[in-house]
Design a protein around this ligand. Structure first.
Ligand SMILES: [Zn+2]
Ligand SMILES: [Zn+2]
Ligand SMILES: [Zn+2]
Length: 379
């Protein structure tokens, strides 16, 4: 197997894990199911996500009521498809055994939509559910609103199902209902607002948090599925120790933070990937390619804030100093050093920063080595 084939297999595996994880993130939430169409509800809402690409109109799913077409002789299936609508762009089986057909053009797509019979099997052709649905959240929904009332009102606004999200309450040590509702819309686009009585609620796209493994700290899978070796959440070494006191080193990016830090660039990257999946309804693989390409173009975007380096801070304030007399400059220099110097970690940096300021503002060179020498005598 070549390297690139290896990667494709791994990515497919990660995508399928991702689907399962997305399903499991709902475990702790109470569900109010309004889906009266039972034929559709047995399918997981994410089962097809990994198969969907950029031009959703090209994608169709095909199923037979009794039999799993995805498990039938693939050569026979391929022949039957080609003989009825011509050679297709791509053909595959979904996790649940449906056939996923990718058409070359709209003409083929329309032909496929009308197909009722494939060889001996009568078939049902439909668009993947996730392409015509969107998930969103609304906030601040009073806890005293009756849930059947909510269902009734929201059903008229294209909501097929709703969940009141829960949170962990430290006092009672149980999960309790929150004021946030997760809404499942029957629309391809997220409606900007919904009305509950006279109150209008702004919707926000629902994006699940990235799943992080307790064992290896990696993203996109859980401990029980993990095949990697143990890595400490704090220091990244091969031990599992909640009380680890070793200096923090992230198992994912080698940064000086624990692997669960919200500032970890790898974590931020994974959050962006999930957001892209929800926004564009594409596969994790496609989302990852997009996010990585974007971060290459704007390398600073991923960082929380762009802190100017010490010398940049000084040149930022230089314009201000130029309008002042030398004596004013000296006073300001004193004040600036009292603010900045205590934040610096050691004498070398303290001296270097002050020396730079003096040079910039007063045009005088400072003998840094000499001053450092004197400082060690004082200490
Ligand atoms: Zn793992
Ligand atoms: Zn450790
Ligand atoms: Zn990190």
């Amino acid at each position: 197997m070549s390297d690139s084939e290896d990667i494709t297999v791994i990515e497919k595996f990660i995508d399928s894990l991702h689907d399962e994880i997305m399903e499991r993130t709902n475990i702790n939430q109470s569900v109010i199911n309004m889906d009266t169409n039972n034929t559709g509800s047995e399918m997981s809402e994410f089962e097809s996500e990994s198969d969907i690409g950029q031009d959703p109109w090209q994608y169709q799913k095909m199923s037979n009521r009794e039999e799993n077409l995805g498990l039938k002789n693939p050569i026979l299936i391929q022949k039957l498809i080609s003989s009825s609508i011509g050679i297709v762009k791509d053909l595959g089986a979904t996790r649940t055994g449906h056939l996923m057909v990718v058409c070359f053009d709209k003409h083929q797509f329309n032909q496929l939509s009308k197909l009722k019979q494939l060889g001996q099997w009568s078939v049902n052709v439909f668009q993947p559910k996730s392409l015509n649905t969107t998930k969103g959240c609304i906030y601040n929904v009073s806890l005293d609103i009756d849930e059947t009332d909510l269902q009734e009102i929201l059903e008229k606004q294209q909501v097929s199902r709703l969940q009141r999200l829960t949170y962990y309450d430290k006092n009672t040590k149980t999960r309790v209902p929150s004021k946030t509702l997760k809404l499942f819309f029957n629309t391809a686009e997220l409606p900007p607002r919904v009305l509950i009585g006279f109150k209008s609620h702004k919707t926000k796209l629902f994006v699940p948090k990235p799943t992080q493994c307790f064992k290896c700290q990696g993203f996109g899978h859980m401990q029980r599925e993990c095949r990697n070796s143990v890595k400490c959440v704090r220091c990244g070494e091969d031990h599992k120790d909640r009380e680890c006191k070793i200096k923090a080193k992230c198992a994912n990016c080698n940064g000086d933070h624990p692997a669960t830090s919200k500032d970890c660039p790898k974590k931020i990257e994974n959050e962006k990937i999930l957001k892209q999946v929800c926004k564009e309804k594409c596969s994790v693989k496609e989302a990852r390619t997009h996010v990585l390409k974007e971060s290459k173009q704007n390398p600073l975007q991923g960082k929380k804030e762009n802190i100017p380096k010490e010398h940049e801070k000084i040149s930022l304030t230089k314009g201000l100093f130029q309008q002042l007399t030398e004596f004013d400059n000296f006073i300001l220099l004193l004040i600036m050093t009292t603010i900045q110097v205590p934040t610096l970690p050691d004498n070398v940096q303290k001296v270097s920063v002050v020396a730079n300021m003096v040079l910039e503002l007063l045009g005088v060179h400072v003998n840094q080595e000499y001053i450092l020498d004197k400082l060690t005598l004082i200490n």
